[in-house]
Design a protein around this ligand. Structure first.
Ligand code: COA
Length: 279
C-alpha cells in the first residue's frame, strides 16, 4: 500500500492565496496538519485553543515551517463570548474569514458506568457546542466571503464503539449540524462538509486511545497519517469540490468497515489463499 504523498505534489501551491482560515484546535494534532497544508497553499490562518502559551509556540513553528502567517487566539470553544472575540480578532487582523475548521475536541476512554454527568457534558460542550458556537459566530463573515466550513467528526457512532459513548454522541450531533447547515447555508453560497478520520498516527487521540491498534485489520493495511486527512481537506476546500456540500468524508483506509471483524483479517487472507490454490 502506497504511503500518503506530499500535498504540494498534488494541489497547486497558490490555490488558497488570499484566503483566511480560522481553526479551532489548530495548534495540535490533525487540525495543525490541516492548517499547515492550507498555509503551504497560500492561506493565512488563525488558530484557537485554550492555552495561549502552547498556541503561541505552535503558531511560530507553523509559520516557520510553511512561510504563512499564523495568528494565535486563546478561547474556550464552550464560551460564546470568547468565541465571538476570537472571530473578531481574526477579522481585525486579516479582514475576512473564508474557511472555518471546527476541530477542537475532548476525548478519553471511559465506560458508560464510569462516565460522570460532568464528563459527558464536557465532551458534548467542547465538540458539539464548540462547533455550533464557532459556526454561529463566523457566519456573517462566511456569508460575505461565500466560504466553506469543515467539521471534524469520527466513525465511532457508525458502530457503537465501546468506551466512546460521549464522543460518538458528540460527533453524531456534529454530523447532523453538517447536513442541516449544508441545506440552510447553501443558498448563501456556503459549503459545509465534514471529515471523519480513522485512527491517525502521531496524534494525542491515537496516543490516548489506540494501545492495541492492529494495522492488519485495516483494509488498506496501515494506520492513517495526518497527510491523509490533509489531502481530503484541501480537496473539500478547493474549487474542485464546489458542488459538494453536506458530505462527511470518511478518511480511514476502511478501518470502520472492518472494525467489527477483529479476528477475520488472517482468516480472510487464508481463505483467499486456499481459493487461489484451487483455481
Ligand atoms: N475518564 C473518565 N472521566 C474523565 C476522564 C477520563 N479519562 N478525563 C476527564 N474526565 C471527566 C472529569 O473527571 C470531569 O468530570 P467530574 O467533574 O465529574 O470529575 C470531566 O470529565 C471534566 O474533566 P476536566 O478535566 O475537569 O475538564 P476539562 O474541560 O479541563 O478537560 C478534556 C476535559 C476532555 C478536554 C480533557 O480530559 C482532555 O484534555 N482531553 C484530551 C484532549 C484530547 O484528547 N484531544 C484529542 C481528541 S481526539
Amino acid at each position: 500500500m502506497s504511503a500518503p504523498v506530499d500535498t504540494t505534489d498534488i494541489f497547486k501551491k497558490d490555490i488558497f492565496a488570499g484566503k483566511v482560515v480560522l481553526v479551532s484546535g489548530g495548534g495540535s494534532g490533525i487540525c495543525r496538519g490541516l492548517t499547515e497544508a492550507l498555509l503551504r497553499h497560500g492561506a493565512k490562518a488563525a488558530i484557537v485553543s485554550r492555552t495561549f502559551s502552547k498556541l503561541e509556540k505552535a503558531a511560530k513553528e507553523m509559520s516557520a515551517a510553511t512561510g504563512g502567517p499564523v495568528l494565535p487566539v486563546a478561547a474556550d470553544v464552550r464560551k460564546p463570548e470568547q468565541v465571538e472575540a476570537a472571530v473578531a480578532k481574526t477579522v481585525e487582523t486579516y479582514g475576512r474569514i473564508d474557511f472555518l475548521i471546527n476541530g477542537a475536541a475532548g476525548n478519553f476512554l471511559a465506560p458508560f458506568e464510569g462516565l460522570s454527568y460532568n464528563a459527558f457534558r464536557t465532551v458534548i460542550e467542547i465538540d458539539t457546542l464548540g462547533t455550533f458556537n464557532f459556526t454561529k459566530a463566523a457566519l456573517p463573515h462566511l456569508k460575505a466571503s461565500k466560504g466553506a466550513v469543515l467539521n471534524i467528526s469520527a466513525t465511532l457512532h457508525y458502530t457503537g464503539k465501546a468506551f466512546q459513548l460521549h464522543v460518538g454522541a458528540a460527533k453524531a450531533a456534529i454530523d447532523a449540524l453538517t447536513t442541516h447547515w449544508a441545506v440552510e447555508l447553501g443558498p448563501h453560497g456556503i459549503r459545509v462538509n465534514g471529515i471523519s478520520p480513522g485512527l491517525i498516527a502521531d496524534t494525542e487521540g491515537a496516543n490516548r486511545l489506540a494501545a492495541n491498534f492492529n494495522e492488519a485489520a485495516v483494509p488498506l493495511q496501515r494506520v492513517g497519517k495526518i497527510k491523509d486527512v490533509e489531502q481530503s481537506a484541501l480537496f473539500l476546500f478547493s474549487e474542485a469540490a464546489n458542488y459538494i456540500t453536506g458530505v462527511t468524508l470518511v478518511v480511514d483506509g476502511g478501518q470502520w468497515l472492518n472494525s467489527g471483524n477483529h479476528d477475520y483479517p488472517n482468516s480472510i487472507l487464508n481463505f483467499v489463499g486456499r481459493t487461489k490454490s484451487k483455481m
